[in-house]
Design a protein around this ligand. Structure first.
Ligand code: PBG
Length: 330
């Protein structure tokens, strides 16, 4: 007879023993419906340019955009986000190229909606791809002007909606912009165009590779701390989210991802709105480089995405979207 009481009656390892039982008790799952793919676009023809700062990511000229959106369509990724690499000569201090109906983003929206009408298209509202200083708003005497910027952003939003954009995503962190954009969209009969507000966007050190990708990186580091959030804070993120919901946001974004899992979780617990997360370029490049060097296994990508699901995210903007969609649909 065995001695009773030596071991605990509850053994959590029992459920982990087999693959089938691990699958039965899985609390979270990642599907293709959780993914949003950013697409970088560039001027010119016949271009699929590798981005040095982001190994495995590319910039597409408009005529080549099919190449990626057909894959998105086939894999069933619901939404793509367009980011333009604006040539330097089209930038100025006010970012007026943002309002040009033939700018790269507008062309990309039209092209995707024509070729793959079933894919949702999202575009950022912010001036950083178009300003020479790389800031998201108008710079005057070292200050980013709030209300003047919001006025331009609401025009940018309406223009993008006119092009067929489904989801308008203000990523500028100006105060009051969601309300003004909502009003402008409604006034122009775009009642059904959704707003994904980057509600809690932190002044982060993880955006570097993206700034290279869109050509907004400056010789000296750009400091966006007067409008993007301080990484010391989390209650403030709840205030940002509360305001954006009141102003009419349909979903809210937390950005970056991995260093802000606590914020995703508390936003989800406090508001019953869909929460999206942006796994940003620095996270992407760090993980990609670590996999390349054999420091971590490639499954680390899924592990990182699953952490967002655990925290309560409904969807994830990630440069891994194509790869992962392929992997999980097999
Ligand atoms: C700016 C913007 C940024 C990103 C998307 N839109 C960064 C910034 O504030 O400079 C970063 C995305 C990434 O790093 O992947 N409106």
């Amino acid at each position: 007879m065995k001695i009773l009481g030596k071991y605990p009656a509850v053994r959590l390892r029992r459920n982990r023993k087999y693959n089938w039982s691990r699958r039965l008790v899985a609390e979270n799952n990642l599907t293709v419906n959780d993914l949003i793919l950013p697409i970088f676009v560039v001027e010119g023809k016949n271009k699929i340019e590798p981005i040095k700062s982001m190994p495995g990511a590319y910039r597409y000229s408009i005529d080549k955009i099919n190449n990626v959106t057909n894959k998105v369509n086939k894999l069933g990724i619901p939404l793509v986000a367009i980011f333009p690499h604006t040539p330097h000569k089209k930038k100025n201090s006010l970012g007026t190229e943002a309002l040009n109906e033939d700018n790269l983003v507008c062309k990309a929206i039209r092209r995707i909606k024509r070729n793959n009408p079933d894919i949702g298209v999202m575009a950022d509202v912010a001036l950083d791809p178009y300003t020479i200083h790389g800031h998201d708003g108008i710079l005057k005497k070292k200050e980013i002007l709030n209300d003047e910027t919001v006025e331009i952003l609401s025009k940018q939003a309406v223009l993008q909606a006119e092009m067929g954009c489904d989801v308008i995503a203000p990523s500028d962190m100006m105060d009051g912009r969601v309300g003004v954009i909502r009003k402008a969209l409604d006034k122009n009969n775009f009642k059904n165009v959704q707003i994904l507000s980057y509600a809690a966007k932190y002044a982060s050190n993880f955006y570097g590779p993206f700034r290279n990708a869109i050509g907004s990186r400056q010789r000296s580091k750009i400091n966006k701390k007067s409008y993007q959030m301080d990484y010391k804070n989390s209650s403030e993120a709840l205030r940002e989210v509360a305001l954006d919901i009141k102003e009419g946001a349909d979903f809210v974004m937390i950005k970056p991802g991995l260093p802000y899992l606590d914020v995703i979780k508390s936003v989800k617990e406090n508001f019953k709105i869909p929460v999206f997360v942006y796994q940003v370029s620095g996270e992407y490049s760090m993980i990609t480089n670590a996999i390349k060097k054999g420091i971590v296994d490639s499954e680390a990508v899924i592990e990182s995405l699953m952490s967002f699901k655990r925290s309560g995210a409904s969807a994830i903007v990630t440069y891994f979207a194509l790869d992962i969609a392929k992997k999980i649909s097999n």
